[in-house]
Design a protein around this ligand. Structure first.
Ligand code: NPQ
Ligand code: MG
Length: 369
């Protein structure tokens, strides 16, 4: 298989609601879409890097640079039999996993379309529906948070994750438990704490959380292992897990009991499958993270979530929580039982709306063989 042409587009879409985490607030999503043309087929990928380097080092600007100057030329020069060959072909480029993933994931879509199979089928998925959860940003008041939680539970979502930071944590969780009882609840700190906060974080043990996600720094497996020994609550790692090797090291160190898989953070689907498989072998459940993707990235995530060890509800929710209209038809919907159907058509299995993409495009560049 050879890719004839790669198109890069920088898009900006307004968010339905602003989203605040411990690292900042965002009102819109700026991101790169990649479109591949190969042998009369087209395929899509979405780069999850945002406009700012606050969640991770990559941004839309670094990703555009690396895609246009390095990864794009490598991919148009590559004759590959299977998309699992693409990530190794990018080996000379250090890091930049989000840029790598955008192209790599598009090659899986291309391969699936060529095979006439749904993307989930070529990835090894076994589910027809996936369980959906929500991630609720830091709010102005507890009442605002409670109203959001009520609405999401009423919509059927199967677990609620609330973002925490110092000053918006133990008391908020206590009040959520008092108001909502035994709902499936977890928290995500996006690395806002240090090991010195261990006593404070241990107060969360009283509330039966499913897990606490990424309490400490991205590069701090050792302190996560120390913290995990102090807590009853399971630690889930997100930002720390960059590769199958860091996943293995985290598991060996006892730094977590659950892993969040985001293909953007890992460099694509092949590396995500490797992490999925090694967590399964070690007896750790995984779930699919979210990066405020448009419908294109969102549908990629749905297909990967069909793999067997995605046994916990992910941060893969309905389009309408983020973008109206979305870039895909039909938009992603969540059923009253909190599940999302895995599309069954070839590749992504949804239509991409070229007009909406054109209207949201700020920058365009094409690379050809
Ligand atoms: C997380 N996502 O699990 C991330 C954080 C996140 C849904 O909680 C632009 C770039 C916007 C990166 C929004 C959720 C982002 C972003 C959220 C990362 O930690
Ligand atoms: Mg997270």
């Amino acid at each position: 298989m050879r890719v004839d042409r790669i198109e890069l587009r920088l898009l900006r879409l307004p968010l339905v609601h602003p989203f605040r985490t411990s690292f900042g607030r965002t009102d819109e999503k700026t991101f790169i879409l990649v479109r591949l043309l190969a042998g009369g087929l087209e395929a899509w990928g979405e780069c999850v890097a945002g406009a700012t380097p606050y969640y991770s080092a990559e941004t839309t600007v670094t990703a555009w640079h690396v895609l246009a100057e390095f990864l794009g030329p490598t991919l148009v020069g590559l004759d590959f039999g299977h998309p699992r060959e693409v990530f190794p072909a990018f080996h000379a480029v250090r890091g930049h996993n989000m840029a790598k993933a955008a192209l790599e994931m598009a090659t899986w879509d291309l391969y699936a379309r060529r095979e006439g199979q749904p993307l989930s089928g070529v990835l090894g998925g076994i589910r027809t529906r996936i369980a959906s959860g929500v991630s609720i940003g830091i709010q102005e008041s507890f009442d605002q948070l409670a109203a959001k939680i009520r609405a999401e539970l009423d919509a059927g979502y199967r677990r609620v994750k609330i973002k925490i930071e110092p000053g918006w944590d133990v008391d908020v969780v206590r009040r959520v438990r008092e108001r909502f009882g035994d709902i499936p609840l977890m928290v995500d700190a996006n690395a806002a704490y240090t090991l010195g906060d261990a006593d404070h974080l241990a107060a969360l043990d009283a509330f039966g959380l499913m897990m606490i996600e990424q309490p400490l720094d991205e590069d701090d497996l050792t302190d996560h292992a120390r913290l995990q020994r102090r807590l009853k609550t399971a630690i889930c790692l997100d930002e720390s897990i960059h590769s199958p090797r860091t996943a293995r090291d985290a598991i060996d160190a006892g730094a977590c009991r659950v892993v969040n898989i985001k293909p953007g953070r890992l460099g694509g689907f092949a590396e995500s499958i490797a992490v999925h498989d090694l967590c399964a072998a070690a007896g750790l459940p995984v779930w699919h993270g979210g990066m405020l993707e448009s419908g294109i990235g969102r549908v990629h995530n749905i297909h990967l979530s069909a793999l067997p060890n995605f046994t916990l509800p992910g941060d893969v929710a309905a389009s309408r929580r983020y973008f109206v209209p979305d870039l895909v038809e039909p938009a992603v919907e969540v059923a009253p039982d909190g599940t999302i159907v895995v599309p069954t058509g070839p590749g992504l299995g949804v239509e991409v709306d070229a007009d909406r993409i054109a209207r949201a495009t700020l920058r365009f560049e094409a690379l050809a063989r």
